[in-house]
Design a protein around this ligand. Structure first.
Ligand SMILES: [Zn+2]
Length: 260
């Protein structure tokens, strides 16, 4: 049997010449924009950065990526596995202040025309979902806690319930995240994640991406439906924020998804 080679970064991503931010080619074919920022867009509400500066950076990124800032749906993100369905009343969340983001959730889906879903990450995985047939989109923020609660699986199940999506209707993408090259964890991770935790030179490393792909596979999503950025936030800390490298002062990248 011949082994299928995974696609390269270049085949999966396009880098915008002006902003240096990235978008996924596979989504453009379906008139969707799935894009993520680099670290110089300081889009997280941090105490040391004025709220107005964060808002200005969010607005700039949306303008450069050609998505409407006023249709944004931004989440509080609490490392849980709660998924919400956003409606017209949710458009504009996160455009004014931190207090304005949708509370208590890490994942969102919608079929509201024009909605721009947004997730911020620094090491955790931003996962993009598109069902072009049912004109529905979704995003999830998945770290180890979300992985332990099988949030990627839950997203596929929620698409099935909410939009009648079949697994082969879905196009999935994975933005920059910490990978098994750098994601050092305690040995107790092995109890939860099994063979997705491996030992190298006396340390344990978690393959968050492998775990997420396995969750998706168990829901009927084939590897060719998943467009992986192949970017590691820790290896490429000059370009992406990494919470594990920078700690509390780390800003975040922003991932946005909209269907035109
Ligand atoms: Zn790495």
């Amino acid at each position: 049997m011949t082994k299928v080679k995974p696609p390269s970064k270049k085949a999966v991503l396009r880098r915008d010449a002006r902003s240096k931010c990235y978008w996924f080619k596979a989504f453009r074919k379906h008139k969707a924009i799935a894009a993520f920022s680099i670290r110089r867009f300081r889009i997280n509400f941090l105490p040391q950065i004025k709220e107005a500066v964060t808002i200005a950076h969010r607005r700039l990124f949306c303008r450069l990526m050609d998505v409407p800032f006023d249709k944004l749906v931004s989440l509080e993100q609490v490392h849980g596995a709660n998924i919400i369905k956003a409606g017209p009343e949710d458009l504009g969340k996160g455009t004014r202040s931190r207090a304005d983001e949708i509370k208590g959730t890490d994942a969102v889906m919608t079929d509201t025309p024009g909605a721009v879903l947004a997730i911020r990450t620094a090491d955790c995985a931003p996962l993009f979902f598109l069902d072009p047939r049912h004109k529905a989109i979704g995003m999830a923020h998945i770290g180890w806690r979300g992985a332990s609660e099988r949030l990627a699986s839950k997203m596929v199940q929620a698409f099935r319930r909410q939009f009648l999506s079949k697994p082969d209707d879905l196009v999935v993408a994975l933005g920059p995240t910490i990978r098994s090259c750098c994601y050092e964890v305690g040995s107790e991770f092995h109890d939860v994640f099994g063979h997705f935790v491996t030992k190298r030179s006396g340390s344990f490393y978690f393959d968050l991406v492998g775990w997420i792909f396995e969750e998706l596979r168990s829901e009927g999503i084939e590897r060719h439906q998943i467009h992986d950025s192949l970017l590691c936030t820790s290896c490429m800390n000059n370009e992406f924020s990494s919470y594990r490298k920078e700690g509390e002062k780390a800003n975040r990248m922003w991932s946005v998804l909209t269907l035109k």
